[in-house]
Every structure is written in C-alpha cells, then in structure tokens.
Design a binder for this molecule. Structure first.
Ligand SMILES: Nc1ncnc2c1ncn2[C@@H]1O[C@H](COP(=O)(O)OP(=O)(O)O)[C@@H](O)[C@H]1O
Ligand SMILES: [Mg+2]
Length: 277
C-alpha cells in the first residue's frame, strides 16, 4: 500500500485494520483475507479481512451501497456470474481456497447455499423445488430417499405442516413468507454447511419476518449463517456477531451486543445511533 492511499484513508477515519474482537482460530468456518472486489474499474470492496464463526449467525450491516451483497456473493463465488466483476484476495472454507482452479463451483454453491431478497421458487411444484438439488447433485438413488430428503428439508425450514397436503401444487402459489421458507428448504436439501442470506425478509410482512428470524435461530445449530440486513433491529435479534461495512471497508466486527451497545469506531457509533445510513 502506498503512503498516499494510507493517508487519505486515515483522513476518512478508517482504521489501518478493522477494529473489533477476533474469533478463536478453532471456531472459524470461513476466513477472508485482503479481499477486494471490483466492478470494472470501480472498487466495491476494499481489502476486507473477516472471519465467520461456525454455527453462528453473522450479520452484515451498513448503509446501502457499502458492499454488503458484493462481499456476501464473493463467499460462494456468485460474483463469477457477473461479467465485469473481479475478486482478489483469499477466501477459505474450512481452510480450503474457494477460488482454487480445482474447485467445482456448483459443488461449492451446494456447500455454501444462498437465499435471496426476493423469494425465487422455481416454476415447479413444492416437491420439485426441494427435490431439484438432491437430484442434480446425485445425492439420492431411490424415490423413497428423495421423499425423505424433501420432507426433512421442509420440516427443518418450518414449512412441512403448512404444505404437506399440497406438495404437488406450484411453489409460486404460496405466500411470500412460505415461498422464502421454501427457498430455505431448497438450500437445505443439498446439505449445505453455510447459508448466505441477502436481506431475506425485506419483501415480507412482520409476521412472516418473525417466522424466518425464529427459523434462522434454529438453523444455526446445524449450519453457519451469514445474513445481510438493512435492519439493525434484525441484526440485533438474530445474530451473534456483526460486521459493519462502510464505503467498501469493513470498519468494525465484533459480538453483536458490543457492536450495538459499545462500538469502538466512531463510524459504527454514527451508524447505530442513526446519524447516517
Ligand atoms: N452488478 C454490478 N455492476 C456494477 N456495479 C455494481 C454491481 N453490483 C453492485 N455494484 C456497485 O457496488 C457497490 C456495492 O453494492 P452492493 O454490494 O449491492 O451494496 P449493498 O448490498 O451494501 O447495498 C455499489 O456502488 C453498487 O453500485
Ligand atoms: Mg445489498
């Protein structure tokens, strides 16, 4: 890094390194080091280093456009699907380089699943939405095994009771909240280790949102979850750890309670007290 850049960064109040409390080495599921993301010439993520702890919910917060979605998509190489997008740095899942040439991205995205802002069930039956992944990944050899996976995934997503009598009806016929739980069931069906959620409740009403938040809290027993949210209340409710992004920088990361009650950095303080955002 040249001196010029460093000085100008300090002028904006960015620390040389992210402030906050690090995670124990043994708890790390995903480790990102010096990750930068570019769209053409424009740098959207600026040398971010961050650890995601296993079986925890990590929330990404920060003002709109600060790079939360961009960084999230770097974790399972979803950015590969955007032509002008380039990722540099190092991202490891259980110590394995996610960007290694040998990595099969389809396999990677099964291990690191994703749930989007707008529920996006396939135009297929509820059953087929969940069965699709296990089938293309060759996870089942018998119809009964497939049925078992579909049922258990719907159960884990808290949806089975509501849909068990209409598994052959279109997934798109469900309510928004049910569709989002169907998308979570679809992600779960391929036995992911990490689930990335990009503002999963922003299209949902408060009751459907509460159900998803409850579900996220249950899911962390078995999965590692990273959630982008524009709602600080939601981050405070569902996450154990929070990362605050600002203009492509990771300003501060720490346990959620500390971030919301006693942050170290003035930019974090400013954001959580509503002075900008
Ligand atoms: N596909 C894209 N092409 C070009 N620029 C993009 C693209 N996606 C996001 N950006 C830019 O990258 C920056 C970060 O965006 P994003 O990650 O979506 O922020 P957030 O999720 O925090 O709102 C923004 O300046 C945005 O305009
Ligand atoms: Mg976003």
């Amino acid at each position: 890094m040249n001196v010029q850049t460093k000085d100008s960064e300090q002028d904006h109040g960015y620390p040389d390194t992210t402030v906050g409390k690090p995670i124990l080495e043994s708890d790390i599921k995903v480790a990102a080091r010096d990750v930068s993301v570019f769209y053409g010439e424009k740098q959207a993520i600026k040398s971010v280093s961050l650890d995601v702890a296993a079986n925890e919910v990590t929330a990404f917060i920060g003002p709109s456009g600060c790079g939360k979605s961009t960084f999230l998509r770097a974790l399972n190489r979803m950015n590969d699907t955007i032509d002008i997008c380039r990722v540099t740095g190092d991202i490891r899942l259980d110590g394995e380089d996610v960007y290694d040439r040998k990595v099969d991205v389809v396999q990677l995205r099964a291990r690191v699943g994703m749930v989007f802002q707008k529920p996006n069930p396939f135009p297929k039956s509820i059953f087929e939405n969940v069965a699709y992944g296990p089938r293309i990944h060759g996870l089942v050899s018998h119809k009964s095994e497939l049925e078992e996976i579909v049922h258990s995934s719907l159960e884990r997503a808290g949806l089975l009771n509501e849909v068990k009598d209409r598994l052959d009806t279109p997934g798109t016929g469900l309510s928004g909240g049910q569709q989002q739980r169907l998308c979570i069931a679809r992600a779960i069906a391929v036995s992911p280790e990490v689930i990335l959620m990009d503002e999963p409740c922003s299209a949902l009403d408060p009751i459907a949102t509460a159900k998803i938040e409850e579900l996220i809290d249950e899911l962390r027993a078995n999965y590692t979850i990273v959630i982008v949210t524009h709602s600080m209340q939601q981050a405070a409710r569902v996450s154990q750890r929070t990362a605050f992004f600002h203009l492509g920088n990771l300003v501060e990361m720490g346990d959620t309670e500390t971030i919301f009650t006693n942050p170290e950095h003035r930019l974090t303080q400013g954001y959580i007290t509503g002075r900008f955002g």
